[in-house]
Design a protein around this ligand. Structure first.
Ligand code: NAP
Ligand code: MG
Length: 496
């Protein structure tokens, strides 16, 4: 059995109290690795290491080319180890082998993109405040400093890279804390990074409890920024805890995104799209299309086709390529989902398909679709984070927009239509961070991703994403050399 240690200041070490926790495979409930569980004391060491590395300039002042080269070394090692990382991700997270393979491929691809972004100089020189020639003004984009990166369990390595990439590209140093449910690939990443030219202390990776070491990372005054992906509930706690030293925060939180099918949509494609939007990774996607809004004119045909298609969707061993869905991440998440299925029935919604456990080992649930639902129901308002979608009928585009926006969240969503202009009109009115037209889930390294409303604060990816890891500094170089010509000469300063 593999044993993973904490990675602090370029050294692998056991936790200060020697404790470990188990990596569990949710497909068979078996333990397959032991991971050192960091204490608050270990966390302080990791913060201290990142702080010293940042303040020394060993990374922030390194030539851009060097930073980029070292990041590319990590990309190459991820690619070299892709098969192993994919299999570990399947075992640890219950991702199907296809999804895990895609995750590892996309992690390397995104990091490669960020390694190129490390070459971008965001500094600019602008005209002075008054007349040209009076001053030079430099706008410098400096790394924000020591960043705590706190990630969830649904896309383990990918979420880590989404934060590590821009942080390193901007010149920051980091402490990465993966979710306990899925810490294995982050620990593999520590081994990968240790084999590169990355200076010691720039990347520290520690696993352990969010409420204990996560709280230390968020409250510790030597951390400059927290980048978090997880639930809205924990996002709010982080916002409060970060207030102590007014830490910068970016929060990527929950969602209940509307997947809108207009009456002129390609029916077969939108049915397939609804399955992809709602059931990719067993519905454990923050921006998944969990509220399926269907135009009343096509409603009956749509749900018949949906039911028929779902009866062919195979749930089972995630290592088997024939299966489109694996297990739910954990027993507690499994129980939460089954609870919501009960709540949906009690609220008066009807199950079109699914609703039951699959097998008796591992945490498998059938893809589940509720119909005869309305947007006020808990199953339409609350994030279930499992394979459950709620179908709601609408009569026109205006009503679809109203229903879509009637949510505390605003992360993703889609419009399916044969008319791009009509779809764009709907998309423009949705209060959400990403809208796909005739597509779902696709992200671009170049486009910002993040939430409106209670789905988050800040953006990942694109220039916006990179800037989240920087502070803007204005340097004004005054060119007026004669003090009597300074604009303030006749104001508060006493004359000779
Ligand atoms: P979570 O319970 O909020 O946990 C996320 C991370 O925060 C974990 O590493 C967790 O540690 C840590 N944490 C927990 N309490 C903390 C605290 N008080 N202080 C600091 N850190 C703390 O979320 P999850 O259950 O792992 O993930 C599911 C949620 O993530 C969903 O709501 C989903 O929508 C959201 N999500 C959002 C995005 C996005 O981009 N917007 C992407 C993926 C997921 P431990 O669990 O290890 O103790
Ligand atoms: Mg696990």
């Amino acid at each position: 059995m593999e044993n993973y240690l904490l990675y602090i200041n370029g050294q692998f070490r056991e936790s200060s109290d020697g404790k470990t926790f188990d990596a569990v495979n949710p497909a068979n409930e078996e333990v397959f690795a032991k991971i050192s569980q960091a204490t608050v004391e270990d966390t302080k060491l990791a913060i201290d290491s990142a702080r010293k590395a940042f303040d020394s300039g060993v990374w922030s002042e390194l030539a851009r080319e060097e930073r980029s080269r070292i990041m590319k070394q990590i990309v190459d090692r991820i690619n070299e180890n892709a098969k192993k990382l994919t299999e570990l991700e399947v075992m640890d997270s219950g991702s199907t082998i296809r999804k895990a393979g895609e995750d590892i491929f996309l992690s390397a691809k995104s990091l490669h993109h960020f390694s190129k972004m490390a070459m971008i100089n965001l500094d600019e020189e602008i005209e002075g405040l008054s007349k040209p020639g009076v001053s030079k003004n430099l706008i410098r984009r400096e790394p924000i400093g020591v960043c705590a990166l706190i990630t969830p369990w649904n896309f383990p390595l990918k979420m880590a890279i989404w934060k590590l990439g821009p942080a390193l590209a901007a010149g920051c140093t980091v402490i990465l804390k993966p979710a306990m449910e899925t810490s294995v690939t982050a620990n593999e990443l520590a081994r990968i990074i240790d084999g590169t030219d990355m200076p010691k202390g720039v990347v520290n990776i520690i696993s352990g409890s969010g409420s204990i070491i996560g709280t230390e990372l968020v409250t510790n005054p030597h951390v400059d920024k927290v980048a978090f992906t997880g639930s809205t509930e924990v996002g709010k706690i982080i916002m409060q805890n970060a207030a102590g030293n007014l830490k910068k925060i970016t929060l990527e939180c929950g969602g209940k995104s509307a997947n809108i099918v207009l009456d002129d949509a390609d029916l077969d494609m939108s049915v397939d799209g609804a399955i992809y939007a709602g059931f990719y990774h067993q519905g454990q996607c923050c921006e998944g299309g969990t509220r399926l809004l269907v135009h009343e004119k096509i409603y009956d045909d749509f749900i018949n086709k949906l039911k028929n298609k779902l009866s062919k969707l195979k749930v089972g061993d995630p290592m088997d390529k024939a299966n489109a869905a694996g297990p739910i991440i954990s027993k507690s998440q499994f129980d939460t989902i089954m609870d919501y299925i009960r709540i949906g029935k009690e609220e008066g919604a009807e199950i079109l398909y699914g609703g039951k456990r699959v097998g008796d080992k591992g945490y498998f649930i059938e893809p589940t679709v509720f119909i005869n639902a309305d947007n006020k129901m808990r199953i339409a308002q609350e994030e279930i984070f499992g394979p459950v979608i709620t179908v709601i009928k609408f009569k026109d585009d205006k009503e679809a927009i109203e229903i879509a926006n009637d949510s505390i969240y605003g992360l993703g969503g889609a419009v399916w239509s044969g008319n791009d202009e009509r779809a764009l009109n709907v998309a423009n009115k949705l209060r959400t961070g990403t809208v796909w037209i005739n597509e779902y889930h696709l992200m671009s390294d170049k486009a910002p991703f993040g939430g409106y409303k209670q789905s988050g604060i800040g953006r990942e990816f694109g220039m916006d994403g990179l800037k989240e890891y920087t502070e803007a500094k204005h340097i004004h170089i005054d060119e007026i050399k004669d003090r009597a010509k300074k604009p303030w000469y006749n104001t508060v300063v006493p004359q000779d």
